[in-house]
Design a protein around this ligand. Structure first.
Ligand code: BT5
Length: 324
């Protein structure tokens, strides 16, 4: 028996369940049940206990790993079969890369409430205060060449954007290559890291950061002018559990599509959800800056930028600013 089994049982019943029934169902003693209930209370669950009626789940914490596990269990093909939680961590991506290198299985997810060294691309920071947002990393082991690494970012952006659209009224869109946007503000970002040789990827880690309940006033000064959150856009608090479950479901679905049908459906959906294509943009690549019209992306996920002299420049990595 583990925590997730008790939570699943209490949630399914949605009423009091006697200690004897829990003990029978999970094949443990009533004392073991009582001990687990206390552990769960320590993790932030409100569970009412009545000598006559048993236990009733009144409220779950806003980020409930037990509920995420229970919601995905038996339903996901690859992603979310193993979930590891940290109250605080340096970076979920750094740990996921380490664990993947030590043989941790594909689909393992690391989730943290807070990151002290959250990473963006190119050594940039991802500000990751506790209690409000979602920080998670997923280990993948796709049998593809390193040239296809960008498609991993693209399918993940599709999955995150679709999930946000499903559970909120927000018209989230994707800014090439890795930003989840609402109008011109950043709601979330994706950091893909890979370990590869010339021919194949040994493992990849997809890091996802989404601002959920952080208020505009509480945003660190560095990002106040450029960032937003779901709460900021809708006025409503959304459970981080719900967002995590939906994103992991969509990640599992789109990863399966990538493995079974290849890049085409991913690129088609990416183009549908993108807010970059057709816009006048400025693209910064290292110390070079290009201005032009963002064309489609090619089948490796490169952005085809139409320059003022009508030539097309393919860009594999960079930062896009949409010009008005
Ligand atoms: C990204 O980088 O957008 C990738 C972010 C990935 C974060 C996740 S959280 C879980 C996992 N573990 C990690 O350590 N990382 C991943 P980039 O495109 O380079 O954008 C970074 C820029 O976004 C920064 O330079 C800031 O301008 C801005 N930024 C930083 N924190 C932000 C936040 N919380 N919300 C919105 N924008 C932010």
């Amino acid at each position: 028996m583990n925590n997730e089994h008790i939570i699943r049982l209490l949630k399914e019943k949605n009423d009091f369940v006697s200690g004897a029934e829990i003990a029978n169902t999970l094949k443990v003693t009533r004392t073991a049940v009582w001990k687990r209930i206390n552990i769960l209370r320590g993790k932030g669950y409100t569970i009412e206990a009545s000598p006559a009626k048993g236990y009733k789940l009144i409220k779950s914490p806003d980020l409930s790993i037990e509920e995420i596990k229970a919601s995905l269990s038996g339903r996901s093909k690859i992603i979310g079969n193993e979930i590891i939680f940290f109250a605080t961590i340096n970076s979920t991506n750094t740990l996921a890369m380490e664990l993947a290198g030590r043989g941790c299985s594909e689909g393992t997810v690391i989730i943290a409430d807070e990151q002290t060294g959250g990473k963006g691309r190119l050594g940039r920071k991802w500000l990751s205060p506790s209690g409000k947002n979602l920080y998670m990393s997923i280990i993948l082991k796709p049998a593809v060449s390193p040239r296809d690494a960008t498609i991993l970012t693209l399918f993940s952006a599709v999955a995150c954007t679709s999930a946000i659209r499903k559970i909120s009224s927000i018209p989230a869109s994707i800014k090439w290559p890795n930003d989840i946007m609402v109008s011109d503000r950043k709601l979330g970002g994706i950091l893909t890291e890979i370990k590869a040789d010339m021919d194949r990827i040994f493992h990849a880690v997809i890091g996802i950061g989404i601002n959920i309940n952080i208020e505009a006033d509480d945003m660190p000064d560095e990002i106040k002018a450029i960032a937003t959150s779901i709460k900021n856009e809708t006025g409503d608090v959304l459970s981080r559990t719900k967002v995590a479950v939906e994103i992991l479901r969509e990640m599992d679905r789109w990863y399966s599509i990538l493995l079974s049908s290849g890049k085409k459906p991913i690129i088609e959906e990416w183009l549908r959800l993108s807010s970059t294509i057709g816009k006048a943009v400025r693209v910064t690549v290292g110390d070079k800056v290009f201005t032009g019209i963002a064309g489609n992306i090619d089948d490796e996920g490169m952005l085809m930028l139409k320059l003022p002299d009508n030539t097309v420049k393919k860009i594999s990595a960079g930062d896009v600013t949409i010009l008005r």
